[in-house]
Design a binder for this molecule. Structure first.
Ligand code: M6R
Length: 610
């Protein structure tokens, strides 16, 4: 999604903004731009395509500036071209704005502004903002007040940064529904939509909340609400390091993040396992644990990969915590008048903690009185801050658009929550201890699977040119089938579907021929014999089969074209292992097709618009 970075200080801000934008590239974008105050004048430079093109363009101009803002745009309203790229000017070109989010009433505002004589040159919703702010400036208001008044008329979501050449020592920023942080430096301050953009310069962060407007100078800032009430802001020290957001020698972030999983799942359980008691300790849930244990129903709401983790969570909660559990797409939740109330607990799962659909669903659940809990990776993110209580997954920064290590860490956290509830209900100490012991063995088992990388790369070579793929699994491995298919779709653009293996005969089996590879997730568990029957059904129709199978399974080799043998664990934790080969398979197929693995077309890392 769109990215924002801004600087006010004493240094030349151009390299700071360009590097900040490069750090935001992972979010997905199609054009980029800078707005600067250079020699007291406003200057906007922008282009379709990459930040590196913008950098070349700016270098040729040979300019410097100590105040500026930069933007990467992911098109929503208007084609991805240079005109529609941000920043956008007012008519007198002395004020420019960058914006993340969607102005929902932009048509009405545009018509009104046109009647006042404002000329529009782009197709964007954003362009109403510079004109609207201008319409208050011309009445004699300051920039800060004009931004407050303009935002009072805006419906929709925004994270914005505004610069006005007549007040050349400040950036004004505001937020509603789109993440924005302020970075505090020594005689320099920053604003960004993502800490990654400014991490090279400061770790002192102020989280800007919805409804706040901030006036940022090089040595101080003023925070008020849109309604002009003073707000006291706290400065947070963040612990993320630059190393964590670098590729560390890997060709892609995705591969680095897949390979990091022995460590990231370890971090998700660190200090949280109580072996002797056969349970877990989750500080973030302590204040609500009694309520959680007594809850009548659990709902898990999320999008994409986090939704798949939620499906695994449903199996865990129902099997062990014995609490009825439903999993909801966050994007659907608030549009169907859900029956949710004070007896319900709703977990919102989100890697970024900023997904607009999930955040909106969370607001809806809060209004209805449910116990709203978050499972987030990004510390200090909106969902983490706005939930009543929650658990961080501690997977570390995930930069690749295709979520990998965040998924396995979400599964670990869901297992820990299951233990916490189930042991306070009827799970025996022995069973609790078994789960803890098996969790402790997971990092090493993932390391063993990662050693199959070369084998999986060879299989990828064989399948890189196919047009369709089917992923089948049963029980806990059905959500893994969905996740495997999603990974392949998003980075290799191959059509892929995930199905419960038993459902195949109710329709998808019609698709099977020798052009349709099928990935079976077939570890030796209680559904093994049934899944072998499903494999036979595919084989009888000449389907090509890849099986993710148990390391001691010799029988499967005669049935399938390729088998990827992995260690076993207890059923509830199997998805932590079975998903790893699927991540690697998708990765290698995309690389072999020459695609941009970390920034696949049309996708954004954090989807901050509904
Ligand atoms: O940050 P979130 O977990 O809320 O993101 C949800 C989805 O947008 C995300 O999982 C998406 O599906 C990924 N690209 C999957 O790899």
């Amino acid at each position: 999604m769109c990215g924002i970075v801004g600087y006010v200080g004493e240094k030349n801000c151009i390299p700071i903004l360009i590097n900040g934008l490069k750090r935001l590239e992972y979010r997905g974008y199609d054009s980029a731009g800078l707005g600067l105050i250079a020699n007291g004048k406003s200057q906007v430079i922008k282009n379709k395509g990459k930040v590196s093109l913008l950098e070349e363009k700016v270098d040729k101009l040979n300019i410097t500036a100590t105040l500026g803002i930069g933007h990467t745009r992911w098109a929503t309203h208007g084609a991805p071209n240079e005109t529609n790229a941000h920043p956008h000017f007012n008519t007198s070109k002395n004020l420019f704005v960058i914006h993340n989010g969607i102005i929902e009433n932009y048509q009405a505002l545009r018509e009104g502004l046109k009647k006042l004589g404002y000329k529009f040159i782009t197709e964007t919703d954003t362009e109403v903002l510079p004109h609207l702010i201008d319409s208050f400036l011309v009445k004699g208001h300051s920039l800060f007040r004009s931004v407050q008044l303009a935002l009072g008329e805006v419906e929709g979501t925004y994270g914005i940064a505004v610069v006005y050449a007549n007040e050349p020592n400040k950036v004004v920023a505001a937020r509603k529904g789109s993440p924005l942080v302020l970075g505090i430096g020594e005689n320099e301050n920053f604003v960004a939509s993502d800490v990654a953009a400014i991490l090279a310069h400061t770790k002192q962060i102020v989280y800007i909340e919805d409804g706040e407007v901030i006036e940022i100078y090089k040595d101080h800032f003023i925070a008020k609400t849109i309604l002009d009430k003073q707000v006291d802001k706290e400065i947070h020290e963040i612990t993320m390091s630059l190393d964590e957001i670098s590729k560390g020698g890997f060709p892609h972030f995705m591969l680095k993040e897949i390979m990091e999983q022995p460590e990231s799942v370890c971090n998700s359980m660190r200090g949280r396992l109580l072996l002797e008691k056969g349970t877990s300790k989750l500080g973030g849930l302590e204040s609500v644990v009694d309520q959680l244990v007594d809850t009548k129903r659990i709902i898990i709401s999320a999008c994409g990969t986090s939704w798949h983790a939620g499906l695994v969570g449903e199996y865990m909660f129902e099997q062990f915590a014995r609490i009825p559990t439903e999993v909801e797409y966050a994007s659907e939740f608030r549009y169907r008048n859900p029956i949710v109330g004070k007896d319900d607990t709703i977990f919102f799962i989100s890697q970024s903690g900023e997904t607009a659909d999930t955040l909106a669903a969370m607001h809806e659940a809060k209004i209805r009185g449910a116990l709203v809990l978050g499972i987030c990776n990004v510390v200090g993110s909106s969902i983490a801050r706005e939930s009543i209580a929650g658990v961080y997954t501690h997977a570390g920064p995930e930069i690749g658009v295709a979520s990998t290590k965040a998924f396995t860490s979400q599964l670990v956290v869901l297992a820990l929550i299951t233990l916490l509830i189930a042991r306070r209900k009827d799970m025996s100490l022995v069973d609790g201890k078994t789960i803890v012991e098996e969790l402790q063995k997971i990092p090493e088992k993932i390391s063993t699977i990662l050693k199959l990388n070369d084998q999986i790369e060879k299989i990828a070579e064989e399948f890189k040119d196919v047009k369709n793929f089917l992923y089948l699994g049963r029980g806990y491995n059905f959500p893994v089938a969905l996740e495997g298919a999603l990974k392949l779709k998003e980075i290799s653009y191959i059509h892929a579907e995930g199905y419960p293996a038993a459902e195949m005969k109710h329709g998808p089996i019609a698709l099977i021929d020798d052009n349709m590879p099928v990935v079976f997730i077939a570890p030796k568990d209680s559904t093994y014999e049934k899944i072998v029957s499903n494999i036979e059904e595919i084989k009888a129709r000449n389907g090509r089969i890849i099986a993710i199978a148990s390391e001691n399974d010799d029988k499967i080799d005669s049935l399938v074209d390729y088998s990827i043998k992995i260690p076993d664990t207890i059923r509830m934790l199997m998805p932590l292992l079975t998903v790893i080969p699927l991540q690697l398979l998708a990765y290698h197929i995309a690389v072999k097709k020459g695609l941009n693995v970390d920034q696949p077309r049309n996708l954004a890392k954090s989807v901050t618009v509904e």
